[in-house]
Design a protein around this ligand. Sequence first.
Ligand code: OFO
Length: 181
Amino acid sequence: MKEIITPKRSLSEETERLLNEQIMMEGKSSAYYLSMASWCETQGYTHSAKFLYTHSDEERGHMLKLFRYINEAGGHALQPEITDIKHSFSSLRDVFDLILEHELQVTQSIHKIVDHCFSTKDFTTFNFLQWFVIEQREEETLARRALEIFNIIGEEGIGLWTIDQELGKLHDTDKEAEEGA
Ligand code: OFO
């Protein structure tokens, strides 16, 4: 496909389309985690709910980063229509299994755009996307860490109660790791 770039815009139409798809994905992440937060809260998993409310806000931040980039580059960022959000989950573990699955899809989607930018020599967008590449590595690590907490503590007895407490601390652990890096 021929890439068309005019003096008023530094983004090709295809790159703009892919970035708008990514806006949809980040918006979906935000809505998905908000729904998970709400479910956790109704089940008494208050620490996990706190973690997920914060995470949902972060995903909205990722979406806004893309909005600003597209518009500054002369494109048009589109508010996505978010549908089909799951509201019920079979267990707390199910929530965190789904988070890892979802984050792996987000990583693939980011890599697809990075690959496109590299092959079309859009090095500005390629460079902008490096933040997302690093972020996805951290998000996957966080999701895996959450599942390790289930495996290490075990869900029997007061296990689930303890797991919920530990999941609530995940963002702090993440920040400490970033500061130590
Ligand atoms: Fe936007 O990092 Fe998760 O999805």
